[in-house]
Design a protein around this ligand. Structure first.
Ligand SMILES: Nc1ncnc2c1ncn2[C@@H]1O[C@H](COP(=O)(O)OP(=O)(O)O)[C@@H](O)[C@H]1O
Ligand SMILES: [Mg+2]
Length: 270
């Protein structure tokens, strides 16, 4: 027996604000019409998740998001038998729900999952569009509205943590990066509710931090961090304190790097 499930909870009813950087909306729509698997590639906090939420809303398709992690097993994706008062009941995992009922399944930070977990998506990414569930002795054919989307941060890749070449080759990829200055300021102003000149100052700080790459900072301040900073400013914190709380402190634990960042920030403040 399969437990019933409704995808209503996964529908996005209000338009998520998304400011396009280029033609990514049209590119994604083309991939959607062909139901091609898509990889959103870019640094953390640059708008990948917001983009897929916007696209799911725009296309009127439910969105099932799965945050990938090291301990995730194929059963976490596909499903498992659980015991309840009626006996043993099969429960579809979130991937199976999307495949069976028709949704965009978004595997966030897919490299975090172990490679032996990731291979369960392979039969879904070629012409077969099927999900074999061995434990349930079932072959689920993908619903017409199923699409697989993953996010991937190339900055995190290493020999142990990277996608198999055979997995990568199954996806179209759309590149994301931090927006250009004016665009990022407009996003921060909109999302945080601060004036455009304040937002623009925050973006200047982020740009400095992103240039510190060689000095031990893996990634600079993300758009997400700028939005957080802006919110603290909107709550009445002085700019310097908001920047310290939402950017300088979280971004690194190394005192040297933090000092370099604090100095760079100070040069941007009035
Ligand atoms: N192009 C954009 N349009 C609107 N908001 C954006 C955009 N890019 C980034 N943001 C803001 O930055 C935050 C972080 O983006 P998110 O999509 O969560 O990043 P990630 O790339 O890590 O998935 C969002 O919650 C949103 O406030
Ligand atoms: Mg994300």
């Amino acid at each position: 027996m399969t437990a019933p499930l409704s995808l209503d909870a996964y529908r996005i009813t209000e338009e998520p604000y998304y400011r396009p950087a280029g033609d990514e909306v049209a590119v994604f729509e083309a991939a959607w019409r062909e139901r091609l698997p898509v990889m959103l590639k870019g640094p953390t906090g640059c708008g990948k998740t917001r983009f897929i939420e916007h696209m799911a809303w725009r296309l009127g398709v439910p969105l099932v998001t799965i945050a990938c992690h090291e301990d995730m097993t194929a059963s976490d994706l596909v499903g498992r038998y659980l015991i309840d008062e009626t006996g043993t009941v099969w429960h579809d995992g979130p991937l199976t729900v999307a495949v069976r009922h028709g949704a965009i399944c978004y595997l966030d930070e897919v490299v975090e999952a172990r490679q032996d977990t990731t291979v369960v998506i392979h039969p879904l990414t070629d012409a077969r569009r099927v999900l074999p569930i061995e434990k349930h002795n079932e072959l689920v054919r993908a619903h017409a509205d199923f699409q697989l989307v993953v996010s991937y941060n190339p900055g995190y890749q290493s020999a142990i943590k990277d996608l198999k070449e055979s997995t990568k080759q199954r996806f179209c990829a759309i590149g994301f990066d931090y927006p250009a200055h004016e665009a990022e300021a407009a996003i921060v102003a909109e999302e945080a509710g601060v004036a455009l000149d304040v937002a623009s100052q925050l973006v200047a700080i982020a740009e400095r931090s992103r240039n510190l790459g060689g000095q031990g900072l893996a990634e600079g301040a993300s758009t997400r961090m700028l939005v957080h900073t802006g919110r603290l400013v909107a709550q009445g914190l002085p700019l310097a304190q908001a920047v310290d709380t939402a950017i300088v402190m979280p971004v690194t634990d190394e005192p040297d790097v933090r000092a370099a960042l604090a100095a760079a920030v100070e040069a941007c403040l009035p």
